[in-house]
Design a protein around this ligand. Structure first.
Ligand SMILES: [Fe+2]
Length: 386
């Protein structure tokens, strides 16, 4: 069976890629951008790195900086209104996963109307909205290269997965220098998110040779450099390697899928406002241990790509080393349990059936090597509590 591969039309990768914005827009005949970002990006001067050259180039732009973490459908509606007032010919997204996901949703909804919940899985949205130029400032979500956006439905607190070619940016400017100032916690959380993308893409039921290659590259680089970028934030070669790996991991899962970790992670984020990468990290060792016997060869490959097992190790040994490494990585990067994070215990346990049902409805657990029941997901949520 053939694999359907979707990726941005152009990617500029490396130091100074952000400075390619004006030439890239000119090359595509675009001249009226709508910038979607957040207040932090304005305060750090990163938005000025876009608006100054746009002004010099005589392009009429507008800036929407009211995106929120874990973007809600209400925040998307606000962005759509602002966009419609400007009448742009493209959207430029600057920031971490939340501004990028917001921009993709805004560019789509502005064209097609309705509410984001009309477009969540199992709906496939392949007809593009306005072209998006995505400029990530974290090495994590890979959203600049994926065909997904995640928007929270405020009515139900559900993190809705929306998918299709429509949500893949036309252009990605991947500039690792934008990550040099990121704090340790954010660097760790977003990096573990990337590692989770790569591992889940590699074991997914939807994997293919294209996604396998990208996942392998990402796992090798992240295993080598993730601790370094957390401990030495100014280490430019390590930052560059992790930024590229985040992009490759994004392409890998966008063209395969994520699995059970992401399926179960989204409800933790939606109900308790745990950053996405951190809730993945809380789940990754336990969910990998739960899944590993159903795909022991694939997980053994992961351990070998990560340099923690050798080709002379048996698959069983490599699997054990992988689980040990995922626990050790969480310890080294100070990943808390849900309890340690300060989540309210009564509310957590009361919500477990709802969280498991939302996880299942996202479709991601269905791609896992071992497909869980609701009860098994409740047991996994219980296992990771402390
Ligand atoms: Fe993720």
């Amino acid at each position: 069976m053939s694999a359907s591969i979707v990726q941005p039309r152009q990617m500029h990768i490396g130091a100074g890629a952000i400075d390619q914005l004006v030439p890239v827009l000119q090359g595509m005949g675009l001249k009226r951008p709508f910038i979607v970002t957040d207040a932090f990006m304005v305060s750090t001067g990163n938005v000025a790195r876009l608006t100054d050259p746009l002004t010099r180039a005589g392009m009429a732009f507008d800036v929407f900086s009211d995106t929120v973490p874990d973007p809600t459908s209400g925040s998307i509606d606000q962005g759509v209104q602002a966009l419609q007032a400007h009448k742009p010919d493209c959207v430029v997204a600057l920031g971490g996963g939340s501004p990028l996901d917001s921009a993709k949703a805004i560019a789509f909804l502005a064209q097609y109307g309705g509410q984001m919940r009309d477009y969540k899985v199992p709906v496939i949205n392949d007809v593009p909205g306005l072209p998006v130029v995505a400029i990530p400032t974290t090495a994590g979500t890979g959203s600049e290269a994926t065909r997904f956006t995640i928007i929270t439905d405020e009515a139900t607190d559900e993190k809705m997965l929306c998918t299709g070619v429509a949500f893949c940016p036309a252009i990605a400017l991947v500039d690792y220098e934008l990550t040099l100032t990121k704090p340790r916690r954010l660097t760790a959380d977003t990096g573990i998110d990337s590692l989770t993308h790569a591992i889940e893409a590699y074991v997914s039921a939807k994997r293919n040779p294209y996604s396998d290659g990208l996942a392998q590259l990402a796992m090798t680089a992240l295993a080598r450099h993730l601790r370094t970028v957390c401990n030495e934030p100014d280490n430019r070669p390590a930052r560059e390697a992790v930024m590229l790996a985040a992009n490759q991991a994004g392409l890998a899962f966008s063209n395969a899928s994520v699995c059970l970790v992401h399926g179960m992670s989204r409800p933790i984020g939606a109900f308790f406002h745990v950053p996405h990468g951190l809730s993945n990290a809380m789940l990754l060792p336990a969910v990998t241990a739960y899944s590993i016997d159903a795909a022991s060869e694939r997980y053994a490959d992961c351990a070998r790509f990560m340099g923690i097992a050798t080709h002379t190790d048996t698959d069983a040994t490599a699997n054990r080393k992988l689980i040990d490494e995922l626990h050790q990585l969480n310890a080294d990067l100070d990943v808390p349990t849900p309890k340690g994070y300060g989540i309210d215990k009564d509310r957590y346990f009361e919500l477990l059936p709802t969280m498991a049902e939302q996880a299942l409805a996202s479709g991601s657990p269905g791609n896992n090597p071992r497909v869980p029941t609701i009860d098994e997901m409740v047991a996994l949520y219980t296992e990771i509590w402390e």
